[in-house]
Each structure stands twice: as C-alpha cells, then as structure tokens.
Design a protein around this ligand. Structure first.
Ligand code: BF8
Length: 643
C-alpha cells in the first residue's frame, strides 16, 4: 500500500484526509505538485526574465549558453529584479490588508459601520500618541477618526517617515536613515519597486535590493503594523485564551462553517452572526444541533486569539477540511486561498462563497462584504450554510478525531507581563532571564506550509529543537498552527519538551514554551517585542545586538519574502527552509546571505534541514550572547553545530 499520505504530512489528521483523497481519486495540492515535476529550474534559480516583450529570456546556469538577456541584463540584475518584485507583491498584500482595516476603523468611528465598536480604547490612545494626535477632551470616536485618516494618509505619503518606525530602537532608526531606507510612504515604495524593475531602469543588483528592503520595511513597520494595531483597536487586544485546533474541531452533528483568509473585518462579525437565535433555530429545523464557526489559516488566528474560536488548520489543510465531507460552507476573503477549492468542493456538498471584490472564482457564488452592513451580510452567508446542511451525505462524513488544546492571544503588551512579580508590566524579567542564562535567547518561527516540504514537519522539528535548548519561541501564521497541533502551545508542554531553564520559567509563570502571537501581519508584534527588549536595557542598543533569530522553515508565499526582508533589515538573522529563487546569481545570493549583515545587522541563511537550521539559530544566539559578554546559558546543552 502506498505510504504517500504519511510522507506528505507529519500531522495524523491530515494524513487521514490525504489518504481519503487518494482512495477517492480526488486530486489535491500534493498531486498537483507531483504532476508539476520537474519544476522549472530557471524559475527556481531566479534567472528567467519575462519583464519585456523582447524576452522571455533565460540565463544558462552552466555558463555555456547566454549569460545576458536580450537587453543585456545580467543574471544578477534578473535575479534581484525578480526577488524584489516578490517583495512588492508580499508588501502590497499585507499593506492592503492594513488599508482595509484603517478604512473599517474610520467607518466605525464615523458611525457608518454600525456593527463595529472601537473596543481597544487603551491602545487607541497609545497609537494616537505615536501619530501625534492630541487626545485631550476628545471622544473615542473622534480620536479613532483622526487616527484612521492619519493611517490611510501614510499609504500615499510622498515624503517623510512612516510614524510607526519611531517605535524601533533609536540606533536602528538612525541606521535606516543613514542608509536611506526609512520608508516614506507604504504604496510609494511598492510602486518604486515596479518602476525600478521595469525594463531598462535599475540594473545594479545591490541598489535594487536596497530599495526592496525599503518597501519591505514599509510592510513590517507600516502596512502590517497598521493592520495589527488598528485590529486591536477595532476588535480588542487579544488576551491569553484557551482554544482548540486541528480537523477534529469540525462537528458531526452541527452545521460547519469555515472562515478562511485573512481580514478580521469579516471573520470577527461572523463569530457574532453564528450566535443569532433565528439562524440557530433554522439549523435545528434542518436537524443540526448548532452552528459551528471555525477558522482556517490566518483569519483563524485572528478569531482564535480574540474569541477562542477553534482553528481547523493551516494552509495545506484547506482542501482537507472539505474532504471531511462535513463542511457546509467555506467563506473566503483574500490571500492564501487555493483556486483548487472550487473543484474539491464540487466533489462534496460544500459551498464556497467569496466575499471580496479582490478575490473571485469563476462559477463560485459571490456575496460582497460591506462594512456598513457587516452583520446582515454575515448572517446571509451563514444562512446559506445552514440551508446546505440537508445536502450533507452522512456516509461520506469522515472527521479525524485529532484535536489539541492551546493557549493563544499573546501580544507585545501582554506576552511578558506574566514573567514576573513586581515587574509585571515590564520586559525586565524576560531580559533578566536571558542575562542570567536561564533562557538562552528567543526565536520567531513563522510562515507557511509548502508541499515541497513534509507538511508541518519542519516547523515542529525546528521549534522542538529550539525549546529543548532553552530558546523561547514566538510564532505566527501557519507555523503557529502547526506547533499548536503538536501540543507545544500549552503550559504543560514545557515539562515534556522544554530545556531546564525555559521549563523553570514556564512553570513559574504558567506560560507555554511557545507563544502564539497571531496572524502573519502580527509579525509586527515580534518587531515590537524585540524593540521593547532593547529599550528595557541590558541586551545592547539595537535589535541586532539581541540573542535572537528568526525562521520560516516551510515558506511559500511572496508575503514571506517581504517579512523575511523587513525582519533581516531590522537586524535579525533569519533562516528560510528552501532558498529564495536567487541561487542562479552568486552575487545576489552572497549579498543577502552574507554581505547584508555588515550593512543592516541581519542576513539570511537557507537550510532545509530543520534541526541544522535550529542549530544555526542557536549558534547565532550564542555569538550574540558572547558579544554582549553574557556567560553561556546556565543549562546549555552541547549542540552539534553543523552548517
Ligand atoms: O499570511 S503563513 S500560508 S495563511 S502567507 Fe498564508 Fe503563509 Fe499561512 Fe497567513 Ni502567512
């Protein structure tokens, strides 16, 4: 019997559904990935150019054929242009999300979007202050309106600096200024990538990449940070909350509605709509015991951390949820939604409903979401799901039993309050734990799934290796869901998986060794956590001084490239699993994996083996400890450091 389902995923629930797809001959992502082999080597190496109509051109990687495009572009120019166009797309996706949240905040503050209230009033005042808004004597709505306008203006801003960059350590800001890479406006830097990479403009690979960094910083410290901060204002700042994860959250006797995508404007209101008495009565009429709202991918993270709504899984599980035969309706907004969903749904009774004018599928029902009528539209969509319950084919329902508990909802503001006693509201205890060596350091492990790596395996293996070595881990996105499914996000898991120093801390304060800090735009929370650590003192003057590292072991999307660049440009050594598509240019590869460190204090490494990658991160952390004149971690275990 083929063991493909086991090779394809580390997660037993997913394995079962992959097996079901095989048995029923339903083609899913791994089959399409197999069918695509061998994938285009020129594309993988980044040396294919289709920017103008004299091409497409490709550089011979063996040096025997053409070494420049028809226009004369070198492999360095071609690889750099392709790479920064990925940054442009990723930064655009995150930032457009931020823009939509800013727009929703503005509409709510003006009383046009009645179904939203400004729930995070403390944060509203704090962020307003950063934007220089005088809050004295003003109503919450008035402050919200002014903040919404100021944030929206930053997208089209033509000069100056994005305000949220002022939250970075002073030394970092000065470095960015010196290098001329502080983003002026969010859209402006993205547009400039498209201009510079147009045929016949910038062909100095370093100059191209340096501008890519500027646009990426406009994502991390601009668009994404706006998305996070304004979501906290609109929907409330998360607090630690217990919830459940994996396909076992689907219910056999209830109407299952899956919310998939990214923007909480839709998912947050769906949570309320799912409690509507009329809809619940309708569900009962059709023989269901209730309405089960669950999340998928990053929108799952948004409602998980604010409402404890269960998550059905991460990116590679979107088709698998439908394969359970138990999903009445999957509503999607934007990003990471596979076009294949409609064909997989056609094999079952599942209805797909698109909601964003930016994301439609041919032949799929579209119910346009508008903030002004949010609750009404959410109810209309849920009703479609409830009415579809009667079409469920009971004998095709097959829900894996796997389900795990987790604690989600950590933020920059609350994450380390738990660390201690009289210093409850400061980062002092975290810094002290690192200085004393109880903690070796900290790591952010984030990003997607990708069928080119066994599903979840790299995330789980890397994170286990890090916490075993007393490295505290913070996570977002699909990586967070992977580790939650492995049970790494409960306080109890520290006993089983954490090294002695980290375990002591988890025991003392009751936190998990792996902290879930949200969705992918919430990587901005990690930037602020790092900045707070610097400001707290004792660990250097800049983010690049911290014993910290980052990783995206199963990355897939262009957003991951943008994230990687803003994290590296903030001073963090970051390991990607599979390489960026640049290896066809030795110069570009050397620039981003080596030379950048001397310029911005951070650089990339590519390592597909998650244990080796974890060791690279630990070695980096140890080097930073040494540079800070800190002793080795108290319980330091010997790590075979392979590169
Ligand atoms: O933004 S981790 S697969 S769902 S891109 Fe997508 Fe990657 Fe998941 Fe969230 Ni982020």
């Amino acid at each position: 019997m083929s063991e493909k389902h086991i090779e394809r995923s580390y997660d037993p629930a997913s394995q079962k559904m992959i097996k079901k797809a095989q048995d029923e001959d339903i083609k899913i992502v791994w089959d399409r990935h197999d069918a695509m082999q061998p994938q285009c080597g020129f594309g993988e190496l980044g040396i294919c150019c289709k920017i103008c109509n004299m091409g497409p051109c490709r550089i011979d990687p063996f040096g025997e054929g053409p070494q420049e495009g028809v226009c004369g572009a070198s492999k360095d120019t071609i690889a750099a242009r392709n790479l920064v166009r990925m940054i442009a797309s990723g930064a655009a996706a995150h930032s457009d999300h931020g823009r939509d949240i800013a727009h929703a905040l503005l509409s709510a503050a003006k009383g046009e979007a009645h179904d939203y209230k400004l729930k995070g009033t403390d944060k509203l005042k704090r962020v307003a202050e950063v934007y220089g808004i005088d809050t004295a004597g003003k109503s919450i709505e008035k402050i919200g309106e002014e903040l919404g306008e100021k944030c929206l203006a930053e997208f089209g801003q033509q000069h100056g600096e994005l305000r949220l960059t002022s939250l970075a350590p002073k030394k970092r800001q000065a470095l960015w200024r010196k290098l001329g890479i502080i983003p002026r406006g969010i859209d402006r830097e993205i547009v400039e990538i498209m201009h510079r990479t147009h045929m016949g403009v910038d062909n100095d690979y370093k100059n191209i990449i340096n501008h890519g960094i500027r646009a990426a910083l406009g994502d991390g410290w601009g668009g994404s940070m706006i998305a996070t901060e304004l979501s906290d204002i609109l929907f409330g700042s998360p607090e630690p909350i217990r919830a459940t994860v994996n396909l076992g959250v689907l219910k056999e006797d209830q109407v299952n509605i899956v919310v998939h995508g990214h923007e909480p404007t839709l998912s947050d209101v769906v949570v309320d709509a799912g409690k509507d008495p009329e809809l619940l009565a309708l569900a009962k009429k059709y023989g269901a015991k209730g309405i089960n709202i669950i999340g998928m991918c990053c929108t799952a993270n948004e409602i998980l951390m604010r409402h404890g709504i269960p998550s059905a899984g991460n990116f590679l599980q979107q088709e698998l949820a439908i394969l359970t035969g138990s999903v009445e309706l999957m509503m999607v907004d934007v990003q990471c939604i596979m076009p294949a969903l409609s064909s997989v749904a056609n094999c079952f009774h599942t209805k797909i409903v698109t909601t964003s004018p930016k994301c439609k599928f041919p032949g799929v029902e579209h119910v346009e979401f508008k903030e002004e009528k949010a609750l009404e539209i959410a109810k209309e969509i849920i009703k479609k799901g409830v009415e579809n319950y009667k079409n469920r084919v009971k004998k095709r329902v097959d829900i894996p039993k796997e389900i795990k508990g987790l604690v989600a909802g950590f933020t920059t503001e609350n994450a380390f309050h738990f660390l201690g006693g009289k210093y409850r509201s400061t980062y002092r205890p975290l810094n002290d734990a690192i200085i004393s060596g109880r903690l070796r350091g900290a790591a952010g492990v984030v990003g997607c799934n990708n069928p080119n790596i066994r599903h979840d395996w790299a995330h789980v293996s890397m994170v286990k290796e890090l916490i075993k070595n007393d490295v505290l881990v913070v996570q977002t996105g699909c990586s967070a869901i992977a580790c939650a499914k492995e049970g790494l996000m409960t306080p109890e898991s520290a006993y089983k998986f954490a090294g002695p120093g980290l375990r002591e801390i988890c025991e003392a304060v009751g936190i998990p060794p792996v902290l879930h800090v949200g969705s992918c735009v919430d990587n901005s929370r990690i930037l602020l956590i790092l900045s707070e650590m610097v400001k707290e003192g004792g660990l250097g003057e800049d983010i690049s001084d911290l014993p910290a590292a980052g990783a995206a072991p199963e990355w897939m999307s262009e957003k991951a490239i943008s994230i990687g660049f803003y994290v590296v440009a903030s001073g963090v050594f970051t390991v990607f699993g599979t390489p960026h598509p640049v290896l066809g240019s030795e110069n570009v590869t050397k620039y981003i994996t080596n030379e950048l460190e001397d310029i911005v204090g951070g650089k990339f490494a590519f390592e597909v083996d998650p244990i080796k990658a974890a060791h690279m991160m630990i070695r980096h952390i140890d080097l930073k400890r040494k540079a800070l004149k800190l002793g080795p971690a108290i319980h330091q275990q010997k790590v075979a450091l392979k590169t």
